[in-house]
Design a protein around this ligand. Structure first.
Ligand SMILES: Cc1cc2nc3c(=O)[nH]c(=O)nc-3n(C[C@H](O)[C@H](O)[C@H](O)COP(=O)(O)OP(=O)(O)OC[C@H]3O[C@@H](n4cnc5c(N)ncnc54)[C@H](O)[C@@H]3O)c2cc1C
Length: 495
């Protein structure tokens, strides 16, 4: 089932479409064209389940392409029930197209209020069917809004970029002097998935977010994204079990490839003691560079060294009281990590200290081609150093800790035998949630994009796209079970 949306006057070249198609992985995938002005929602799965997961009384699709074998071979696809679901998710300008012109197709679509036309067929088909929905629900066209974003880490900057591309006037605030000075301030962040062999909202979010972020950075065409691939070593009983579960669940090599010790060493440019799974769409970002690229947009007003001290919901909009000024803006999105609690009461969220260590490069390490993960991670060279990480600790100190350096070095013994020369490091605070999923959605009139834990570079772009779609009232990039799993008040409901 393919669902198209928005701006039909912009055309997509078929080569571009094919190059952007995601691999076959259950769930909803958002593919953007023309800077996000055309969205393709591609859903893999059984129509009977997926259509109900797309259903949302406020979200209507602009165009449907119905492509599901002939009614003789696949009667369930063309049933009255499916036609009714399509109608429920359509507005007064929604169109559809299908190669089939069978009687049952025509009858079921007419019955739910589609006006049909037969036109010349595509390829070797003599005729095909198109139509327009005659329902009352008016198409929602989003208008340009003024939107304040609090926090200029990877979450805030990716949201600012998406909203500005869509024509909104964005004001981004950060109390620091530049973007990406807090958790997002490491010299590099590794972008890779946390996969599971079982289907669950958690697994679906992790996979879709990872694939979305990789494409999002590709589309930016920035030098601060290196799509080098990432190798996850199978080095102990747990990691080997996870590896074999994943390989059993997925036999093709579209998502990852199992590499022997020899092949992995050759590809990595480093002699390794173990093989593992290689993820080709993964890589690493320079977050400072990429966040700066994201906010360098004429639609974004950058307010650095400006702390938002108070936020008041008034009739005309939100009053932002900052350390320098006051603003009235239509909407607000909190992208200020664990500091969201300054403005809203949230359960299930906390901060967790972490430290990365820098080590000198060497003859053995200098040709490392991609990050290697094995408990901790080792990065390719940046400058003349490599980054290793990272620790997890209960302390709230901002000082570097010798103990945490030692922990990082110890983890590297799985990857490297040689002694390592320590050069320094950096301390940061992750925002973690009880279920390890981010917090994204709408609560008490405010949008929230936070809780990105240890994987912000993979999870933030999809959450930002989701928030932008909620603001615009358009089709969503995640299905309803994933939206439910990441909603801001989920811990309160459980309690
Ligand atoms: C040691 C360590 C290693 C990590 N390694 C990786 C990795 O390899 N890969 C990966 O993907 N992730 C990694 N992470 C996680 C990643 O860094 C985070 O998930 C991500 O940076 C979170 O981004 P954010 O935008 O949500 O928050 P932040 O980057 O923390 O941004 C929040 C911003 O809000 C601002 N702010 C707060 N309150 C206000 C206010 N009132 N007014 C104005 N501004 C305000 C802050 O100044 C800050 O700049 C790591 C984290 C740590 C600590």
């Amino acid at each position: 089932m393919k669902v198209l949306s928005k701006y039909p006057s912009l055309s997509i070249q078929s080569e571009e479409l094919v190059s952007k198609l995601p691999l076959n992985a259950k769930g909803l995938h958002r593919i953007n064209f023309a800077d996000g002005r055309i969205n393709l929602s591609l859903v893999y799965g059984d129509l009977k389940e997926t259509l109900s997961e797309l259903k949302n009384p406020f979200i209507k699709y602009d165009a449907w392409y119905l492509d599901g074998f002939s009614p003789g071979n696949n009667p369930e696809m063309w049933s009255k029930k499916i036609a009714a679901c399509i109608a429920e998710s359509s507005h007064s300008e929604t169109t559809f197209a299908t190669y089939s012109e069978a009687g049952v197709v025509r009858n079921n679509l007419e019955r739910v209020n589609f006006k049909l036309s037969k036109i010349k067929g595509f390829g070797d088909k003599r005729r095909m069917l198109t139509g327009k929905y005659q329902g009352k629900y008016k198409k929602v066209t989003s208008t340009s809004k003024s939107i304040g974003i609090i926090g200029a880490g990877i979450a805030g900057c990716s949201l600012a970029k998406i909203l500005a591309n869509r024509g909104h006037k964005v004001f981004i605030f950060d109390k620091e002097e530049a973007p990406s000075c807090s958790a997002s301030g490491n010299p590099l962040l590794v972008t890779y998935p946390r996969l599971s062999s079982h289907d669950s909202p958690y697994a679906r979010f992790s996979l879709t977010a990872y694939l979305f972020s990789s494409k999002f950075y590709d589309d930016m065409k920035t030098k601060f994204w290196k799509k080098s691939g990432v190798l996850m070593l199978g080095f102990d009983e747990n990691s080997k079990k996870r590896e074999s579960d994943l390989c059993n669940a997925r036999q093709d090599t579209a998502l990852f490839e199992k590499l022997s010790k020899k092949l992995a060493s050759k590809k990595a440019g480093l002699l390794l003691n173990h093989g593992g799974l290689f993820f080709k769409d993964a890589g690493y970002i320079n977050p400072k560079g990429i966040c700066q690229d994201m906010v360098d947009h004429e639609g974004i007003q950058k307010n650095f060294n400006e702390e938002v001290q108070d936020l008041l919901q008034e009739r005309e909009g939100f009053r932002f009281k900052t350390s320098k000024n006051e603003y009235i803006l239509d909407q607000v999105c909190l992208c200020n990590a664990y500091m969201v609690e300054q403005f809203i009461e949230l359960e299930g969220i906390s901060k967790k200290r972490g430290q990365v260590s820098y080590i000198s490069s060497s003859k053995t390490l200098e040709n490392l081609n991609f990050p290697i993960c094995a408990g901790g991670y080792l990065s390719p060279k940046f400058g003349d150093q490599h980054l290793i990480g990272s620790s997890y600790s209960k302390s709230y100190s901002k000082e570097l800790s010798e103990k945490e350096h030692s922990e990082n070095l110890k983890k590297m013994k799985i990857i490297l035998k040689e002694g390592l020369e320590l050069n320094g490091g950096r301390v940061g605070f992750r925002t973690i949630t009880k279920d390890r999923l981010p917090i994204a959605g709408f609560m008490n009139g405010i949008y929230i994009n936070a809780g990105h834990g240890s994987r912000g570079s993979s999870s933030a772009p999809l959450c930002s796209e989701y928030i932008a779609d909620l603001i615009d009232g358009t089709t969503l990039p995640i299905d309803s079970s994933v939206a439910e799993a990441i909603k801001p008040d989920r811990f309160k409901v459980k309690n």
